[in-house]
Design a protein around this ligand. Structure first.
Ligand SMILES: [Zn+2]
Length: 221
């Protein structure tokens, strides 16, 4: 029925409005506003690969902080070479170092490199993914696996998760308004006490939905 549908959507709208107010009120003065950020292609590096690429014992140099506390863009970059000898230079490294190296590309980047079967994965889940050659100022690493398209995801702390009534691994919807707006139906939920409420999407996704054209953003289950 038309009237039932309208009622339901109105209720959902009110619920979301309340959700936002709740988030504003419940952070001891700190408001928790949903932000959506675009991740450009980048990589995370492990200690062993860092030694090869930048020299034994080398450290990442802090360039600028990222939204999630403790994470930063490093000054260091590498060149990545794909299976058909096509390359992308200036692939930024994000710190801190991790247990395993991982390259996160948008689909357009992967096609440019000749990696047409790049899988969509959550960060850290790299078993069976394609590899690539990485070239640093001091050496070359043949990455056996770890090239992924990062699945669109939302970071939140346990209080925010309780409020949205979601658990780790759940999927949420993200509606982007504006002239090129669209709704993402598989936004993976990542929960960590240190996290700040924040959606990460790649450059293809941001361009497709015209993220820069609107402030109209809605996250819901
Ligand atoms: Zn993220």
């Amino acid at each position: 029925m038309v009237s039932a549908a309208i009622d339901r959507s109105m209720v959902e709208q009110i619920v979301r409005q309340v959700a936002l107010e709740y988030l504003h009120r419940n952070q001891n003065g700190k408001s928790s506003v949903l932000t959506v950020q675009t991740s450009s292609r980048h990589m995370h590096v492990c200690r062993e690969d860092m030694d090869v690429l930048f020299g034994p014992g080398s450290e990442l140099t802090f360039d600028r902080p990222l939204f999630q506390e403790g994470n930063f863009a490093a000054k260091e970059t590498v060149t990545i070479v794909g299976p058909r000898n096509r390359l992308i230079s200036n692939l930024r490294i994000l710190g801190p170092m991790r247990k395993q190296s991982q390259v996160e590309l948008a689909f357009t980047d992967a096609i440019m490199l000749g990696i047409h079967d790049i899988p969509i994965r959550l960060s850290g889940d790299i078993a069976g993914t394609p590899g690539a050659i990485l070239i640093g100022p001091k050496g070359v690493v043949e990455l056996k696996q770890g090239v992924i398209r990062a699945a669109i995801h939302v970071h939140m702390n346990p209080a925010e998760a309780a409020h949205f009534n979601v658990s780790p691994g759940d999927r949420m919807k993200l509606r982007i308004g504006g002239p090129s707006g669209l709704t993402f139906n598989n936004v993976h939920v990542r929960i960590d006490p240190a996290s700040r409420l924040n959606v990460h999407m790649d450059t293809d996704e941001a361009n497709a939905c015209g993220l820069h054209l609107t402030k109209e953003i809605e996250l819901f289950k």
